[in-house]
Design a protein. Structure first.
Length: 237
């Protein structure tokens, strides 16, 4: 855990994870980037729109016998809706994500080795178009729709398991809060490929302009997460 003063308002900003490099000040909404032993402000984050999520920063849960705490969030939008990606740290120092979309939940972790060579080769074949990566992120939804039609139902082997591509979408960060392991300003664009295993396994490939990341985990029911310190919602039990 490291503590800094916000460069904009002077309020204390706590980085609970040693690998977090980005945070949003809870007092003035400044976007703060941590660089070694100093921090700097890179702008202001607009307030996130309200939603019906019971999760909030500070919510605690359990996965595979280890307790985790939510310390940050990205709210992601696409043409048909929004979802939340909650950044977590567990009692053993592990870092992961709780993905929340339309009442479905998945816990996943970044695969440090990235995409296996064969999986990367398969995805690259779908993406090849003679355009640069930056141009791909500015493609119209029709291009993403065609890509989705081509990729759906294809299989990738990830960490020795077979996954089926279930969805492909262009997404953008609507906003972020708390602390995160990378800079996530409003407008950050990604191409997201979601995959399913045969026994509830979840995988996601996130292609961003700075890096391609692979996340592996599982879908879980709400009751399995054993959540505490949730946000009160009318009618929620």
């Amino acid at each position: 855990m490291k503590k800094f003063n916000c460069p904009s308002c002077g309020a204390e900003v706590i980085f609970q994870s040693n690998v977090s490099v980005y945070a949003v000040c809870a007092f003035c909404s400044s976007m703060i980037v941590r660089r070694d032993i100093a921090v700097e402000s890179i702008g202001t984050m607009a307030a996130l729109p309200e939603d019906m999520s019971p999760v909030q920063t500070g919510t605690e849960g359990s996965y595979q016998g280890a307790r985790f705490t939510v310390i940050g969030r990205m709210k992601i939008g696409w043409t048909d809706g929004v979802w939340n990606e909650w950044y977590t740290v567990n009692e053993n120092g592990g870092r992961g994500w709780l993905v929340e979309a339309q009442g479905f939940y998945a816990v996943c972790f970044e695969h440090e080795d990235g995409l296996p060579p064969e999986a990367k080769k398969t995805i690259d074949k779908f993406l090849q178009s003679g355009k640069t990566k930056d141009e791909n992120f500015n493609r119209k939804e029709s291009w993403v729709g065609n890509l989705r039609d081509e990729m759906l139902g294809s299989y990738l082997f990830l960490d020795r398991l077979k996954y089926k591509i279930a969805d492909v979408k262009s997404a953008v960060c609507i906003g972020s809060e708390g602390e995160l392991p990378f800079i996530a300003p409003k407008g950050r664009k990604t191409l997201t490929i979601d995959l399913l295993g045969h026994q509830g396994e979840f995988a996601s490939v996130e292609i961003a302009q700075d890096k391609t990341r692979l996340y592996l985990g599982r879908y879980l029911e709400w009751k399995e997460l054993r959540m505490q310190n949730t946000r009160p919602l009318e009618g929620w039990t």
